[in-house]
Design a protein. Structure first.
Length: 199
């Protein structure tokens, strides 16, 4: 396989005012494209050319740092775009909400834990809602790493690299994370991934 940049599933200005056209132009067209281009160059002669993206991420972890970083970021961003939608955020669909309450005690507690994971991820990285051992949990990873390499399946993730929020929020990462949960999350996509991960 080779990596290709998926188109944004909405217009560049569709997430305003919570994520600007300028942020999406840079983040999708420049940053994600750069991971795709570098990933394709590093995939050549890596021995992993015939594998799926998930397999490449898992099998390059700890062995081929350059390929892992770019393939990981390609995986993360390919899910990040559909994890966002205009007029998103707020309540989760019933099946996901029930699983969240079972795991965290309340939806509010999940939100607190998720924001806390994003705020405390030192430097660049991601905060996640994952399915591990059949149960939901919050996690965080540095740089391009993701929960796949820790035996978990990500069902929601938020990019906390500065390129994801600095144009719109400057240094206010907590405000970006709050806007993500309140106005941007595409819970239908989370439900789809959760259903697949727990089938
Ligand atoms: Fe990013």
């Amino acid at each position: 396989m080779s990596f290709t940049l998926p188109p944004l599933p909405y217009a560049y200005d569709a997430l305003q005012p919570y994520m600007s056209k300028e942020t999406l132009e840079y983040h999708h067209d420049k940053h994600h494209q750069a991971y795709v281009t570098a990933g394709n160059n590093l995939l050549k002669d890596s021995g992993l050319e015939g594998k799926t993206l998930e397999e490449i991420v898992k099998e390059s972890y700890g062995k081929n740092a350059g390929l892992f970083n770019n393939a990981g970021q390609h995986y993360n961003h390919s899910h990040f775009w559909p994890w966002l939608k205009p007029n998103g955020g707020g309540a989760a669909p019933g099946v996901v909400e029930k699983a969240i309450v079972d795991a965290f005690g309340s939806f509010e507690k999940f939100k607190e834990d998720f924001v806390q994971a994003g705020v405390t991820q030192f430097g660049s990285g991601w905060a996640w809602l994952v399915v591990k051992d059949g149960k939901l949990a919050v996690a965080k990873t540095p740089n391009g790493e993701n929960p796949l390499v820790h035996g978990a399946v990500p069902v929601l993730g938020v990019d906390v690299w500065e390129h994801s929020y600095y144009i719109d929020y400057r240094n206010r990462r907590p405000d970006y994370l709050k806007a993500f949960l309140d106005h941007l999350v595409n819970w239908e996509y989370v439900e789809e991934l959760y259903t697949k991960a727990t089938a």
